[in-house]
Design a protein around this ligand. Structure first.
Ligand SMILES: [Zn+2]
Length: 102
């Protein structure tokens, strides 16, 4: 009779190496683009900046310079914004400027 102890051991499955820096700028190493949940962290920051709830300086004060760079880079990336369904609001031109131009 074959017992479990007599079975050959299974080959070990190598784990995904955490060798990329997380895309949100937090500095964690991950095997993917983002550490788990950190795509949402970055998305939340982008939405706050676009809604003028936070400035990029606020982002840097909260998460550091790398987080600011990540937010800036993502806002300038139309492919990423489209994938996340983030609409960049049109820049409002103050009336005074319009009068000067027209
Ligand atoms: Zn992160």
């Amino acid at each position: 009779m074959t017992t479990l102890n007599a079975l050959p051991s299974l080959p070990s499955v190598s784990r995904v190496r955490a060798s990329n820096k997380c895309g949100c700028g937090c500095g964690r190493l991950t095997g993917r683009t983002f550490a788990p949940g950190h795509d949402a962290r970055l998305k939340g920051l982008i939405l706050r900046v676009l809604a003028a709830v936070m400035t990029l300086d606020d982002v840097a004060a909260w998460g550091g310079e790398d987080t600011r760079k990540a937010v800036e880079g993502a806002i300038a990336n139309p492919v990423l914004l489209k994938r996340w369904n983030i609409e960049v609001p049109a820049v409002e031109v103050p009336e005074e400027v319009e009068e000067q131009v027209g």
